[in-house]
Design a protein around this ligand. Structure first.
Ligand code: GAL
Length: 410
């Protein structure tokens, strides 16, 4: 073949490659902390490597701020190409309204049913037998993060469980250290309450309340003990005075607070601050009481677009998110666990290893987003936001309101 024909062949391949793959997809999410941004950059890099382009649509603030924006864009006819929601029921009305892509064909081609574990992650994406999301990680709320330096400054040992942590609070306060950092956004105090329920009342009671919506249990003595612990938590969190979760995490990183009950996305912040698990900070899964992993975390959903090229690129993105290399690169930065068990996580730190061990033992519980509707979650968040902000609200008053929320929860 002469030189000119070689040139034509090369040019046509290049043209084909750029024309077939050069698709921009706008992706929305609420990952704007340092650790989160580092992690989402790994997803963007993986998608860009397919020849397409990740157009980042980060929305500042918490999920509670971002989700209404995402939902109104999708229902308002100005959809993005992909968006984050949590595992669970946050997008179920959008799927039922036919506004989200059915990914079943991609899932079947890629074998997601055999790959994704635990199966509850894909179950949370499935409505009437169709799969509407690509799960990307497992984030467990069930952690207490402790600053080793803070306990050293207070002259007490790093606690091994919740009771030892509460007992150490006076020494921390005496040293001018906030015992428990709780940010002001409502989802943080509500999430902490859910974690205390698993630790104090146990996972069976947790399921009776949030899955079975058992109002007798919600109003009963087991949950009264959880509200006592929540009362301890709000007392220990006085003086936190920050809104965002990562600002509260930063109080622990800098030793200004002794600990924080927070999902393991906090690990991204410790990593970015150059802190080492076990050396600089200690992680207590299940608050050192009931070692469990809850399957919170994130999945991407794909609005229906009237654009064949973008729809094809959406399938490429869905597939890329679950690819082994993407799962490792993203989850190591995000502090979460991968949704697939066939990847090499030798780079995992001590805390992530603890999480993987618990996951391997099957000590896994559903996250509350997977059991309660978004509306019921919002009512719970409003209650705990008030409970933590208003010391005049007694644990008994709060429990009465909580039982009413569970009575009408769906
Ligand atoms: C959660 C989400 C995590 C994390 C956190 C704080 O809902 O699953 O990925 O980033 O919000 O923004």
């Amino acid at each position: 073949m002469n030189a000119f024909k070689h040139f034509l062949a090369g040019a046509s391949v290049l043209a084909l490659a750029t024309s077939v793959n050069a698709t921009d997809l706008e992706v929305t999410h609420w990952w704007t902390s340092g650790g989160e941004a580092a992690a989402v950059a790994e997803l963007a890099k993986a998608f860009d490597a397919t020849g397409n382009k990740w157009i980042d649509g980060a929305i500042a603030g918490s999920g509670g701020t971002a989700r209404p924006i995402m939902i109104s864009r999708i229902t308002g006819g100005d959809p993005m190409a992909a968006t984050q929601f949590n595992h669970g029921r946050q997008a179920e009305e959008l799927a039922e309204a036919g506004l989200l892509r059915d990914l079943t064909a991609v899932a079947e081609k890629e074998g997601w049913k055999d790959i994704v574990r635990p199966a509850s992650l894909l179950d949370s994406c499935t409505i009437d037998g169709k799969i509407y999301c690509a799960p990307v990680n497992i984030h467990s709320w069930q952690w207490l993060w402790l600053s080793n330096a803070a306990f050293k400054a207070a002259g007490v040992d790093v606690p091994a469980n919740w009771d030892e942590f509460v007992a150490a609070a006076p020494a921390l306060e005496k040293a001018g250290i906030i015992p428990l950092a709780v940010g002001g956004q409502p989802w943080q105090s509500a999430g902490a309450f859910d974690v205390l329920m698993v630790a104090i009342a146990g996972k069976d009671t947790y399921y009776k309340v949030f899955q079975d919506k058992d109002t007798d249990i919600a109003a009963g003595p087991e949950i009264a003990a959880v509200f006592k612990a929540a009362d301890d938590a709000r007392r220990m969190s006085k003086g936190t005075n920050v809104q965002d979760w990562n600002q509260a995490t930063n109080l622990v990183i800098t030793g200004k607070a002794g600990g924080q009950i927070m999902g393991d996305w906090a690990q991204g912040e410790f990593a970015l601050a150059g802190q080492t698990a076990g050396t600089d900070y200690t992680c207590l899964p299940g608050l050192g009481v009931n070692e469990v992993i809850s399957t919170g975390g994130d999945a991407f959903y794909f609005p229906v677009l009237d654009d064949a090229e973008k729809s094809a690129a959406q399938d490429v993105l869905a597939s890329t998110l679950l690819a082994p290399a993407t799962q490792v690169a993203f989850n190591l930065k995000k502090g979460s666990l991968p949704v697939r068990g066939d990847v090499d996580l030798s780079a995992a730190n001590d805390c992530m290893k603890k999480g993987l061990d618990i996951l391997a033992k099957g000590n896994v519980i559903l996250g509350t987003d997977q059991m309660l509707s978004a509306d019921s979650q919002k009512q719970k968040e409003d209650l705990f936001s008030e409970f933590f902000a208003d010391p005049s609200m007694t644990p008994e008053d709060a429990q009465k309101r909580f039982a009413n929320i569970i009575a009408s929860a769906d």
